[in-house]
Design a protein around this ligand. Sequence first.
Ligand SMILES: *Cc1c(COP(=O)(O)O)cnc(C)c1O
Length: 231
Amino acid sequence: MSESVRLGAGGLAERLTAVQGGIVAAAAAAGRDPAELTTIVVTKFQPVSLLQELAALGVRNFGESRHQEAQAKAAELLQLDLTWHFVGQVQGKKARQVRAYADVIHSVDRASLVDALASEDSVVDCFVQVNLTDDPSRGGVAPGELPKLVEHVLSTAGLRLIGLMAVAPLGAEPRPSFARVRELGEQIQQFAPNAKSLSMGMSQDYAEAIIEGATHLRIGTAITGNRPVSG
Ligand SMILES: *Cc1c(COP(=O)(O)O)cnc(C)c1O
C-alpha cells in the first residue's frame, strides 16, 4: 500500500483491516468459510474521494442508498469497474435509472416496484427485503406477504432473485431477527431454489448475522468512520 494512501486515509486502512479480521474470526467461530461472504462497504453520504481510497485498498463492492448520489458516484468511478449494490428504498419512477448502474438491488419490497424494474433486455440480481418491524415506513415486505412477492419476482422478466435482505430492528437482540430471515429464506427456497443468499449484518451486528448464515454483509461506519452529517 502506498504511503499516500495510508496517510491520506485517516485510519481507513486500519479500520478496514480490523473489520476484515472480525469477519474472518466470526466466520471461524461459526464454522463457516469466509470465502462464502461478500463484504459490501456502504458509503452513503461519503465523498467520492473516500470510495477511491477504499478501491485503492482493494474494496470492490460498494453499497449506496440514495439514488442521485449513487448514480453520480457510479458514473464518476466507472473506470474502476466496481460492483454497485443499491441498498436503499427505490422510488418506482427512478427504478429504471437505478437498474442502469446497480449490479445488485437489495431492496425490492413491493409488486409495483417489481413491475417498474421489469426488463426484456437485461437481467439484474436482486434481493427481496423483509421488514422485521411493525413500521411500514422502514421498508421491506411483511413476512406474511413474502411468498406472494417472491412469486411475482420469479414471474417477471429481467430480475434474478438471489435471496432475502433485512435490517435488524433497533433496540432488539439481532440474532433472533437474523434467524427469522434465514428461516424465511429456507421457506421461499421451496419454490425459489436460487434464492440462497442472505443480505444481513451491519457494523454493529455482522458477527450475529454470520452465525445465522449471512452471505452479504453491508458494513458502513465500522469501516468508513462516521458519516458526514447530511444536509
Ligand atoms: C447505512 C446502511 C448500512 C450500513 O450501516 P452501518 O451501521 O453504518 O454499518 C447497511 N444497510 C443499509 C440498508 C443501510 O442503509
